[in-house]
Design a protein around this ligand. Structure first.
Ligand code: GLN
Length: 500
């Protein structure tokens, strides 16, 4: 197995033992990019030279630690090549949101999460492709190019963090950050055979992350396994004075919580989730996952989320309303694409936005602006807020009976590229299991639990607010029970056979 196919925690051990250097690991990742990126299209920008410089710096840092015999300043992320979704601001490297609008936008500062990763000595390999402004579920809404699923090149990697998912699954990065407003970390993780977590709202700073829907957005890790997820989550979590919504709740050492016993914990199975016309193959895998958790010592309880069926409507109203407000600042005046030869400010703004936003973004802006207009505000937006409160009450009730819940991450496996071009609602419906999590603020993680027709399927575990520790512990026991032997996507596994 090549270095680029290994996990963060495996590589951290090699680095500490002096059996590999960050330079070797980074070159292995860059070689894989050279080899497969043309097929996969995971990246918008690859920061090759910076990555090599950062690898060098990490190696020096590790060498000094070794000389002193003191590794306390070395993190498991020191020297590890990571990718960032292209809506996370990087100082000096363009941050496009995969939109023509921001194709040339170079932020003057790093997002807090990026600063934290850099401080720990992580190596940033590049910025990954996404659905434009994170609106979508397939990465087909990118203004630049499609991204292909490393498990089957005819299929989408999911979205909107599809580039991050494809990069990690293909060995083009060891781990990645995504963002999740309604499922955009968990669904691509499920489609690409990865672990992906949306942390509790407020767990991770969003300073410097381009806002889509500010009451729902969170940044989170996309990794090859649960241990890597724990490592990345600990690195990015915690209070940030620059983000008033970030929580002062202390950040536990998530990695040390993985091994604890799950005996006596209860997993809730929401009755509504499994009854909603679910694909029989996915249903069987879910039943299997529930059995495995039971064998690991968890109690199983049926719980209910009675208003669950409204989550998609509520999500698309609230997220579009917030998006129409957030994206208003992108007008071609302060920044963004500017239409040439406009005769006045009104025309400049109108033409810049008409020419540079893609169709899905325009659809959301129109829906959101309509929902917020004075005539329709009560009927749409306020009603959606009320329904959101009911969903929060449902969630609280259900968590009186259990420590976590389980359901599919997505009702299907990865679909074919171009399969759903003219049917946005069909795509929205795929968010049935994920949006309720963002609306209620709780954390959830997608863990690979098997495959259908050679395509990965994820189980979603939903936890209590700020209890990512327990959630990861249960996820870890599920991962062990599933014992998937080779997690490499065919594109990565074929590496040796291609003779490189
Ligand atoms: N698929 C959802 C949407 O299109 C989720 C997006 C996200 O989480 N960023 O809005």
């Amino acid at each position: 197995m090549k270095l680029c196919d290994m996990t963060i925690h495996e590589l951290a051990m090699l680095l500490k033992a002096g059996e590999a250097t960050s330079m070797e690991i980074t070159k292995s990742v860059l070689d894989r990019i050279d080899e497969v990126e043309e097929l996969i299209g995971a990246y918008v920008t690859v920061t090759r030279d910076e990555a090599l410089e950062q690898a060098n710096a990490a190696d020096e840092r590790i060498a000094i630690a070794r000389k002193r015999g003191d590794f306390s300043g070395i993190s498991p992320l020191t020297g590890i090549p990571l990718a960032l979704k292209d809506n996370v601001c990087t100082k000096g490297t363009r941050t496009t949101c995969s939109s023509r609008m921001l194709a040339d936008f170079v932020p003057p500062y790093d997002a807090t999460v990026v600063g934290r990763l850099r401080d720990l000595g992580a190596v940033i390999v590049g910025k990954t492709n996404m659905d434009e402004f994170a609106m979508g579920s397939s990465t087909e809404n990118s203004a630049f190019h499609v991204t292909r699923n490393p498990w089957d090149l005819e299929r989408v990697p999911g979205g909107s963090s599809g580039g991050s998912a494809a990069a990690v699954a293909a060995g083009e990065a060891i781990g990645a950050l995504g963002t999740d407003t309604g499922g955009s970390i968990r669904q691509p993780a499920s489609f690409c055979g990865l672990v992906g977590m949306k942390p509790t709202y407020g767990r991770v700073s969003r300073y410097g992350v381009v806002a889509f829907s500010s009451s729902l957005d969170q940044v989170g890790p996309m990794t090859k396994d649960v241990r890597d997820c724990a490592i990345m989550l600990a690195a990015i979590s915690g209070r940030d004075m620059r983000d008033a919504t970030s929580s002062p709740e202390p950040v536990p050492d998530y990695s040390s919580l993985l091994e604890g016993s799950v005996e006596g914990l209860t997993v809730g199975v929401p009755a509504e989730f499994l009854h909603s016309g679910l694909d029989s193959g996915i249903r069987e895998l879910m039943d299997g996952a529930i059995r495995m958790l039971q064998e690991a010592g968890l109690e199983v309880a049926e719980v209910s989320l009675p208003h669950f069926e409204h989550a998609i409507a509520v999500y698309y109203l609230i997220s579009s309303a917030e998006a129409s407000s957030n994206l208003a600042r992108i007008d071609g005046v302060r920044y963004g694409y500017r239409a040439p030869d406009a005769s006045g400010v009104q025309e400049l703004i109108r033409r810049s936005r008409s020419e540079a936003f893609g169709p899905e973004v325009k659809r959301r802006i129109m829906l959101g602006t309509h929902a917020l207009s004075s005539k329709h505000y009560e009927e749409h937006y306020v009603k959606a807020l009320k329904a959101r409160t009911l969903l929060i009450e449902d969630m609280n009730q259900a968590f009186n009976k259990c420590d976590c819940m389980i359901c599919p991450t997505c009702p299907t496996v990865a679909f074919k590229i171009g399969e759903k071009p003219d049917d946005p609602v069909a795509v929205y419906l795929m968010d049935i299991y994920t949006t309720i999590v963002n609306l209620t603020g709780v954390p959830a993680v997608s863990v690979p639990c098997g495959a259908l027709g050679g395509l990965p399927v994820g189980a979603q575990l939903i936890g209590k607010a700020f209890d990512e520790g327990t959630l990861l512990r249960i996820a870890y026991s599920l991962e062990k029970a599933c014992a998937i032997s080779d997690r490499r996507a065919p594109v990565a596994a074929a590496d040796g056979r291609r003779g490189k």
